[in-house]
Design a protein around this ligand. Structure first.
Ligand code: SF4
Length: 293
């Protein structure tokens, strides 16, 4: 419930319906963000050069995450998305997903490099996750150079995900991958993915981010691409140059999304330099973040 109307969401089908003709009194607005991304752990065995995840050891407590999820659900949040680091490296990952799926009506999703997926882990996640994002930056030799793992292994990961839940492909776009967008779209389509999410590389202390020239190539490709898979793009300002759909028109960024890092600090988004530490109630900190100058 928000100034935009009443938003209905079904986590199994993934269908969203916005009843924007229904006026909602301000006192009934949902207080939680629509979606919370959660870095369960900073741990990850890969060494992608453009990784933005902090490298100090940190992980969230399972019981606290479950309690926060229940609190968020009651305040109108529609989904939690686990990342990291690598969320499948988190101890009791499958149990946490299952507990949240059973204790809330929220969608449970996660983003993974895929190299820890086994038939046993996928089996234990059945019924506990509603969407998965598989990170695939480039194809073939480009993928292997950037991620340091065999491309065949991520192809196998996509095969394992197929029967588990709808999944999308996440691709960091930079000088190495911008020339492989057709191949990436073809890979996503053939693997049965429902979406190809384009992530223009963001600057970090170690990487410069996508150049202006490569940004332009990305925009030109996305504007004219004919793919069998739905395209999406992260919010970086490039989307303004593309015919993108606003999920909820006019939505305030903090109504749309917040990010909880692996030390328990709530931030406006994953790249935000500051945030507020969550002690007991996460909704108290959500409110404090909204009121922060
Ligand atoms: S797989 Fe993700 S978390 Fe791991 S190093 Fe690469 S970008 Fe970072």
């Amino acid at each position: 419930m928000s100034a935009s109307g009443v938003h209905l969401f079904d986590r199994v089908s993934g269908m969203n319906v916005l009843l924007d003709e229904v006026p909602v009194p301000a006192e009934q607005f949902s207080r939680a963000p629509r979606y919370l991304s959660v870095a369960l752990t900073n741990a990850c065995e890969l060494h992608c050069p453009y990784c933005y995840a902090p490298k100090h050891a940190a992980a969230l407590d399972t019981e606290r995450v479950l309690a926060w999820a229940v609190e968020l659900d009651a305040a109108g949040c529609l989904g939690v998305g686990f990342g990291g680091g690598e969320p499948t490296a988190y101890r009791r990952f499958a149990q946490l997903c299952s507990d949240i799926a059973q204790s809330t009506s929220m969608a449970v999703t996660f983003t993974t490099h895929g190299h820890r997926l086994t038939p046993e882990l996928v089996e234990s996640l059945h019924g506990a996750v509603h969407f998965v994002r598989l990170s695939v930056d480039g194809v073939g030799a480009t993928y292997e150079r950037l991620r340091g793992r065999p491309f065949a292994a991520v192809v196998q990961a996509a095969r394992l995900l197929g029967p588990l839940a709808p999944f999308g492909i996440n691709a960091v776009i930079n000088a190495d991958t911008v020339g492989e967008l057709d191949d990436l779209a073809e890979f996503a389509d053939k693997a049965g993915a429902s979406e190809l999410l384009l992530l223009p590389e963001q600057p970090t202390a170690a990487a410069p981010g996508i150049s202006d020239a490569d940004s332009q190539r990305l925009v030109e490709w996305a504007a004219t691409a004919r793919t069998g898979v739905r395209l999406a793009i992260s919010r970086t300002s490039l989307e303004a140059a593309l015919p993108t759909t606003e999920t909820v028109p006019g939505e305030h960024p903090l109504d749309a999304h917040m990010h909880l890092d692996a030390t328990g600090v709530l931030r406006p988004h994953a790249y935000a330099p500051t945030g507020l530490s969550v002690g007991g109630s996460i909704m108290e900190v959500v409110q404090a973040l909204r009121e922060a100058p």
